[in-house]
Ligand binder design. Structure first.
Ligand code: AMO
Length: 440
């Protein structure tokens, strides 16, 4: 009987190439680019960690761009300027090169130039290829770094990571943007948010988080909407005020940014991102935002119960100018525009104890305190013309007692988009889904 032993280890050289200076190594990778300079050639080889520079003296043989290769060579000191290469202080003097596989065709577009010269449709249609372009790959490494930093914070703050169903009986967020599916002869939906479930779990574990896909049937093509996105959800029990949720989010974002600065320098540089640090985020009330927009930008939307994309953009511009902050919390959204589970302000029932976090002109988070009292929840549902019996599966948690709690949901792709400064949220999505796109 064959026995499978522990494996899957990344070659130590690929893990920490700089540690191998002066040593002989061997590794495998895919040839990203060949620069034939006559007597010798540069072969840039893509590996799990990045693109390494190798030097081959004399004839190259059958190796091509796109070939998988096994390379034996000596690690030498180097000073490489090309930002696509990492690390740039070493290179490999090749002693032997074996071609393991040869591509059937050459790539449909050039992934070795400074700029990837294709439009978004081609970029998304051929995502598996366009992501081989170092700057595209960097977007998703940065996204990984953000998630890692967030998760580190959540775990350090005592949150339990949860998994909740994506096929559900009722939507949490209201509105028409819900996907209906047929579920064994019954009507069901793709979840818009893990809202109900994270509240249940806060009643058990007190502090929880989930990073998972959610679905919104967005019928319009915009640069901020996806039909499927990754929701970073947090729910905290035992809170005294929704300010604690905002403080928690500041800490989580700091952790995400610090992780990028510490571990993703190559990708940040490739993307031209300079992350500014922050230790606090300014807060404005919803009605204050409306008044500022009227005064500063001469747009009178005081009666509207939500912020338009124009207003989100302008208030960020204003806060940046006044305080230097790229973030702003907007609190006390009108009750009429918030879902039924949001807790109204006891001092003014027309407003909720809720917030949005805006970043570089766009909303990246919604959060707030929730109703934890059973009678208050039933009353709010009735006031809204909802049928409480349809939401009994939710209110049962309240019936048997819940801690005062609250949380937030953050759109990971919007955060990634804004950190990097991409013009469309789809560009921060590996395989975006929108009204026209279901493949790849
Ligand atoms: P909300 O519906 O505001 O709140 O969503 C939270 C955050 O998710 C992101 N987002 C989207 N990103 C891409 N495409 C979309 N179509 C899209 N829709 C929303 C935004 C938004 O701020 N349950 C609440 C959260 C909570 O209160 O805990 C909720 O889902 O960044």
């Amino acid at each position: 009987m064959e026995l499978i032993k522990v494996g899957g280890k990344l070659a130590p050289f690929i893990k920490e190439p700089e540690q191998f200076l002066g040593k002989d190594v061997d590794f495998k990778g895919v040839v990203y680019r060949i620069k034939d300079l006559g007597n010798f050639s540069f072969i840039h080889v893509s590996t799990a960690k990045g693109i390494l520079q190798c030097i081959v003296e004399g004839e190259l043989g059958e190796v091509k761009e796109g070939s998988a290769v096994h390379i034996w060579g000596t690690v030498k000191k180097a000073e490489i300027k090309d930002k696509f290469i990492t690390p740039r202080n070493i290179e490999i003097q090749v002693k032997k090169l074996e071609v393991l596989s040869t591509p059937e065709a050459s790539l449909p577009f050039d992934i070795t130039k400074k700029k990837l010269n294709i439009n978004n449709d081609v970029k998304f249609d051929l995502r598996m290829i366009s992501m081989r372009y170092p700057k595209e790959r960097a977007i998703f490494k940065i996204q990984e770094g953000l998630v890692q930093g967030l998760r580190n914070y959540f775990v350090a703050e005592g949150c339990t990571e949860i998994r909740t169903p994506k096929i559900v009986k009722a939507g949490a967020e209201g509105g028409a943007n819900i996907f209906e599916i047929e579920y064994f002869g019954e009507k069901a939906y793709l979840t818009q948010s893990p809202q109900f479930y994270k509240e249940f779990c806060a009643g058990v574990f007190e502090r929880v988080f989930e990073i998972a896909p959610v679905f919104r049937a967005e019928k319009h093509n915009t640069n901020r909407h996806l039909s499927e996105y990754t929701s970073v959800d947090v729910e905290l029990g035992n809170i005294e005020s929704f300010h604690e949720i905002m403080e928690f989010e500041v800490g989580a974002l700091q952790s995400a940014f610090n992780n990028l600065k510490e571990n993703y320098q190559y990708e940040l540089e490739l993307s031209g991102v300079e992350l500014s640090g922050f230790s606090e985020i300014p807060v404005l009330k919803f009605h204050e935002v409306k008044e500022i927009i009227k005064k500063e930008y001469k747009v009178d939307n005081l009666k509207e119960h939500d912020l338009s994309p124009f207003e989100e953009n302008k208030i960020c511009e204003y806060v940046k100018k006044e305080t230097g902050s790229e973030f702003v919390f907007v609190t006390h959204y009108p009750s009429s525009k918030r879902p039924f589970y949001a807790k109204d302000d006891p001092e003014n029932s027309e407003e909720t104890l809720s917030f949005d976090l805006l970043y570089k002109g766009v909303e990246i988070t919604t959060g707030g305190q929730r109703i934890h009292d059973y009678n208050e929840l039933i009353l709010k549902m009735k006031q809204r013309g909802m049928r409480p019996e349809e939401f009994e599966f939710f209110s049962v948690a309240h019936k048997y007692g819940l801690l005062p709690h609250g949380g937030f949901g953050m759109g990971l792709e919007r955060l990634t988009q804004k950190v990097i400064g991409l013009d469309n949220v789809k560009s921060a999505t590996m395989f975006p889904r929108d009204v026209h796109r279901l493949t790849p």
